[in-house]
Structures are given as structure tokens and as C-alpha cells.
Write a protein that binds this ligand. Sequence first.
Ligand code: AMP
Length: 654
Amino acid sequence: MGKVIGIDLGTTNSVVAVYESKNPGIILTQDGDRTLPSVVAFTQNEERLVGNPAKSQLITNPENTVYSVKRLMGKRFSELEPFLDQFSYSIVKGPKDTLKIKTKDKLFSPEEISAMILEKLKEASELYLGSRVESAIITVPAYFNDSQRKATRDAGEIAGLQVTRIINEPTAAALAFSLDLKKKSKIVVYDFGGGTIDVSFLEVDKEIIKVIATAGNSNLGGNDIDILLSNLLISEFKDEYGTDLSKNKLAVQRIRDAAEIAKKELSSLDACEINLPFMADSSEGPIHLLRYISRTEFENLILEKIEETIEIMEFLLNNANIEKSDIQEILMVGGSTRIPLVQAKVNNFFKKEPNKKINPDEIVALGAAMQGAITKGETKDMLLLDVTPLSLGVKTYGGSFSRIVEANTTIPTDRSLVFSTVEDNQSEVEINVYQGEREIAEENKLLGKFSLRGINPAPKGLPRIEVNLNININGILTVTAIDLSSKQKKEVAISNSGLLSESEITELKKEGEKYKRADLERKEAISKKASIYNHIYSIDQFISNMKLEPEIQDECKNALDEAHRVIEKEKTEEMDETIKKLQEMNNRLTSLYKTVIENIPQKEIKPVEDEKSSDSTKKVETRPLQYLKEKKKEVEEPNLKKPDTNPIQSTKNK
Ligand code: AMP
């Protein structure tokens, strides 16, 4: 196997690096640049351009010039529909709510366009290394969901690269910086790029970098700042000259370009001039757009957006239960961290200077190259560990959410829980997989569902159905359900449609906090109800299988009627009392039952022919006895009790 290159496939720019002579280094593009604009253009004479030449087409050929394709990766058309006016090229609906990029008369998937950028980087690497390159590590924002990761991987494959691993951008940044880190440190990676903001809290311990928690927003980046400034210019132009430029794609693109240039200039200057000649015509001749803007005015314009990024950081640290003062290193990644206001706000938040030694454009690709070297065993074993952003689990009886993998669990991970049925002889259960922090499953996001069939007939609560969630190194989730008795098994990789966007994740985390108490109360009520139903079932079994004294039988029936009434009222305090009463009744019936069993002479129940006799005492040697034996076992093995009080919902309509 040749070299494994590291690629930062960015929204605005992409970078490729390789590990050589014990160090990762940037590979120059065919144009001799350190970064490649992530832009692909299709010209009038059927030419395909990638990088700088494509970027120059943005103004003259905006409909056929594709930029920010990273924002489209793994997205459904309906998800993106509200944002379509932010793109100067046409995005149309494909089959099954997929999206396609329409340039001239051709349709492309976002993966195909990304593959063109990757191909260019692959070619540059081959030119530099003088040998074929077949494998790559590609980075993605930490909150890229499953379908976005898959799309990135597919893009790599289309470009003829075997994608050895997809790693998170902040993780890559920390890895590249790790040589400078102390053996044990806590770091924050603040990654503010063209399209996204990602903040991660990581711990470095000896050779292990562990992402403890991440948060972010995939719809907040430098592009949004450009749009803010462009919108200001467009609205001022309209106020002054009565011409609305917002419908003129060419004009919008020119303004956006100028806004980005001004933004960058304001990172080093106190003021700058935006000068766009011939923006519109009037009776008095052409109108030019000329605007002087100071850094202070620009900062006021973008302040809210920058504060949003600081709120995300605050939320992250609160969530991870970590004090700002415990953070030893703050790594600033992404081009937008060059904005002085961003640096000031981060500095002010931590009361500490962020690290200035690193190049925010290159560090991610360098980290990816280091991971490539680790994969090939070329460098010491620095292990990379990532976390799941939200809890994952299944819906259980009554609608509760049973967590199997807690939020911020290090991946790869493999966790199981055992559940049971809610009806006698239930042959099928439905596994509904959710992601979120709410205690009620349906308040979370449904990732997928499937049925496990062929469960051996048994009284409710007896079958043991193990549900396993496996998240692999690339963050891809596989759910397996297995009936431990019949060994029936079903395995499902969670489909693309499911997992959450970064902003959804942040929103769900906040909601989880907000509703924590109310949810816990609802969950408690559900669990109490389940407990009452279990007792009712058990007492019913006694009534129908034992010859009870009439007054005991009446007592039981009254208690059951009362229990049904309490369940209907849904009052948790009354449920406690009812559970207690039913428990006592169950205990009494169990001891009565034991006395009956002990008084049966052995020989009467053993011979087969005796079982056919009409002696009522032998009735007990039927299923309920087995059932009670099992119940006793559960009490002795408290670990197995959980499934019974928390059974999976039946697939049958109840
Ligand atoms: P990235 O996604 O990391 O390549 O970052 C690209 C974003 O950084 C774009 O929105 C750029 O406009 C922005 N950017 C690059 N350089 C600067 C700069 N000097 N000042 C402000 N923003 C910048």
C-alpha cells in the first residue's frame, strides 16, 4: 500500500497533506497553492474546471459554478429547500427526496461534485509523490451525521480513493497539535470555517486523544457573515436607487465576492472600501456601488453571529461539566477565526489567549495526514477516540425511551440491553431506535424501526430479547435484535434518512435539559403502570389456575378492579399505594401456592398417566408453575428484572 493522504474537504477550500520524514506536510496544488478552492465549474465549451479557475467563473458563469457543495452532502432536498436562494446554481429534486445539482443540461449529485475536488487533490498528491495514491483519510465536521459521512465516503470512492477513515475535523486538529501538547491536557477546539462552527472539548492523556463532547451548528460559518454584509449592501442600494439587486444572480455573486474580500481585509485593516462599478442602469447612466466600511461597523453587524458561537461553547462546557479555567489549550481552526472579533470573544470567554502557533487553514489536513500515518504504522500509536453527541436507545413499553448508549460515549462502542415481551405468546416485537435526550421516546428523533419475528411462544415477560447498538469507528450505527431463546436475529444499519443535523442535535440537547423533570415524571408513571400490569397479570394467573377460597378470590378481584381504576386515573401517588397492595397480595398468593405444591405427593405428579386424571391438584403442573419458577429466578437474579419491568412495545395494536 502506498501513502495514505489526509484530506480536509472544506466548504470553501480543501487541503491535502501527507506524512513524510516524521512530519506531516501540505502538498501544493497543481497551481502551486497550499489550498484548493472547493469550486467546480462547467464552461460553455463543455470544459470542467476545478479550484481557482472554477472560482473565477463564479461571477461570469454563476449558474454553472458549484461552490459550498459540502453543505449539500448527505442532505435531502426538503431539508435544503428553505435555503435554495443562497445558491447561485440550480438545485433540483431527485428521486426519493434526494437533491441534484443542475448545470446546463446535466444533473450531478453532491457526491460527484465533491469527487471532482477530491480527484484534483489526488492528482496533485500523485504528482508530488511520484506514485499512485489509493487511500485517504477525509475529515468531516464533528456533527456530520451518518448520511453526510456516507456521502463523503462515497465521494472518495467515486474519486478512486479508498477512504481508510473518516475523522472529525477538531479531532484531526488536536492530533496535528498533539506533539506540542503536554502529556495530559484538556483542550478546546473552536473550529469556525466557511459553513460550520464546531466546538469540541478534548482530553489528551499520554498517547490518547479523546473527544469528550462536541457541539455546533452546521448552518453558521464565514459564508453567513458574507451574506449579512451582502444583504446590507443590497438593501442600502435599493433604498438609495430603488433597484432591487437581490433577483439578479450575477449582481448578487459580485456583491457576495466583494463582501468576502472586505471581510478578510477587515481582519487586518481598520476600514476598507467596497467598490463595484456598473451594478445597475438608470436614466442618468450606470450606477456604481461604493461603500466605505469600518471594522467597528462590521463588528456590530456580525456581533450576534459571533456571540452565537460563544453560546455554543458555553453550552458545550456546561454539558461536559467542565470549568473554563480547566482548559489548558484553545485551538482556533478554520478561516473565520482570523476575524479579530472572534479572537477577542474567545479570549474574553476563557480569559486566556487562544493558541496562535497553528495555521487555521492547514491544521486539519495535517492531522488527517498524521492519522494516515498511524493507519499505516508509520508513526507512534496515537489513538483517536470520538464520542456520540446524543443518547441512543429504543422505545419501550408505554413509550419510554430506554437509553442503550449514553450521550458522549466514546466510539467505537458496542452496548446491549435485554428486553422482553408485553403479551403472552407474542411472536414479534418492533424495535424503534431513537436519538435524543428526552425520556419519552417520541419526543426524540426516530432513526429507524424494524420487527424481530419468530420469538418462541412464551408467557409475557419471559422471552429475552437482546438489543445491541454498535457504532463503528466512522460513527455508523448498526442495530441488532436477537431473541436469546430462538436465536432469531435481525440486524439493521441505520438508514441515511435518520440521523440528526448539527443544529438539531444542539436543539435536542437543550430541549432534553428543559424537559428533564417533566419527562422523568412521565417515565416514572409509565414504569409504575407497567409494574401494576405485571402484578395484575400475575394475580390473574393465580385466580385462573388455583382453587382459591371464595373470599380470597373476591379480595383479589376487588384489588384488580381497583388497580384498573388507578391506572386509568394516572395518579402516580395512588399508583405507589396500589403497587404495594398488589405486591402484598402477590406474596400471599405465592406462599399459598407453595403450600399447595409442597403438599402434593411426588408420585402423583410424576407419572404421565396420572397427569391425565381429573385431580384438580395436578392442574398446577401446567405453564403457570414454570412461569412462577422463572419469576423466582428473576428475583434471585436482579439483573434480569429490568427487562420485565421495561418490556418492548408489542407490534400488535393494543
Ligand atoms: P475554511 O472553511 O476553514 O476554509 O474557512 C473559510 C472561511 O474563512 C471563509 O468564509 C473565508 O471567507 C474565511 N476567511 C478566510 N480568511 C479570512 C480572513 N483573513 N478573515 C476573515 N475570514 C476569513
